[in-house]
Design a protein around this ligand. Sequence first.
Ligand code: SAM
Length: 447
Amino acid sequence: MKANVRQLNLFPTIERGQLEGKYSSLIKERLDFRSFLGFRLNKAEPIFRWFRFKEAFSGRLVEEILTNEWKLPPDSLIFDPFAGCGTTLLTCQQSGYPAIGIDILPIAVFASKVKLHAEYDLDELRRTADELRSKPFSSTGKSFPRIRIIDLALPQEAQEKLLFYREQISNIQEPSIRDFLMLGLLTSIEEASYTSKDGQFLRLVERPPQSVEAIFESKLEEMLADLNKLDGTKQGSKTQIFLGDARRLPIQALRYKGKVSGIITSPPYLNRYDYSRTYALELCLLYNEQGEPWVKDFEGLKNIRHSLLRSHIESSPTPTNSVKVPALEEVLNCLELKQLNNPRIPIMIEGYFEDMNLATREMAKMLKPGGLVALVVDNVRFEGELIPVDLILCEIAAKHKLKALEVRVTRYKGNSSQQMGRYGRVPVRESIVFWQKEIPGGNDDLS
Ligand SMILES: C[S@@+](CC[C@H](N)C(=O)[O-])C[C@H]1O[C@@H](n2cnc3c(N)ncnc32)[C@H](O)[C@@H]1O
């Protein structure tokens, strides 16, 4: 039965076709923006490169939108509800815009906080770093949480060295120095392990890991060299990052409700990364503010996994069918008739749009009337069913009085060779959607 339906091509695309038609005048191709997405450009930038967060966009993207396109007055407040490693915030700091950010992943918040710290005592930092590096190794008697990936990824000797340095660092009294050194250690883990973050998940690789001492030394040197160039002090605007959920903003962010002029952000892409897996090693080493590890056991890691936006297959909780967009319902109906390689795909899709509905509501709350949004998203296809994530989000945004100004296409992607063989090559968009908050009683044409 299922095969016949597919052969007859009876899966409707009417609603999605109408949606494409509705927004066709706003869809603009700007493939030159492609190079601004991804972490690549940040690798060469002082401070931006301190923690490789491969799901990031580049500071150049933020700069382009803020200073060349929006041209907001210098005291305009900028917000990023999915702040990641702090690219939007750091660019704002350097361009003189005050900014606040939220992220739910402890390692992202920690990396952002260290990068945004405005003033370092360089002499003291160097002295403490030298002292740390000259300490003879001794076992701490502590161990990493018993999680399978740890023993697969980290040789026993590397585990002991990482724990030794963490112990030494946690005894440092001055918080800015302690956190700086801790970020240096965290950023060393990938190269001291048998893993690579290149794929969609944390991938096990054959290459021999580097020694913890060597990689830690070189990361610290790189970070210190960046600060040296700036003489320890980073002039710029006030920026703040908070641990919190973009779907229910914490009180620290809500203090700025109605005061935000611009949001530049990128939520997790649908079905792309499970951040709790990609950053599992770092999460297992990182301490919280009380000096306790963020993750003590597998349950702890799972709690972080389930706190993330429902963009991945193990998402929780089950959706409640609260978002009504006809094109989305069409996708879900079509998928119901198909043989899916994972039965949880429809649950994930529904949960994703429910969460994005909540996050969009919060963004709208934070904006001033006339405030602007730039949001980087990715469309996706399952079993031949194309999901226009960018346009469905525009429909959701409209319900929160955010009017679509532009859907800027930065890239067309093919799909897996398996899918291309079955369904033909239909490219999938990666775009930046631009919205503007309505001005009550204002001109309907906000563009
Ligand atoms: C695509 S990344 C953002 C990268 C960021 N633009 C940068 O340049 O670093 C998406 C971020 O959303 C965060 N995230 C996932 N669920 C969240 C939630 N419910 N609330 C806030 N942040 C969340 C992830 O931890 C991740 O850092």
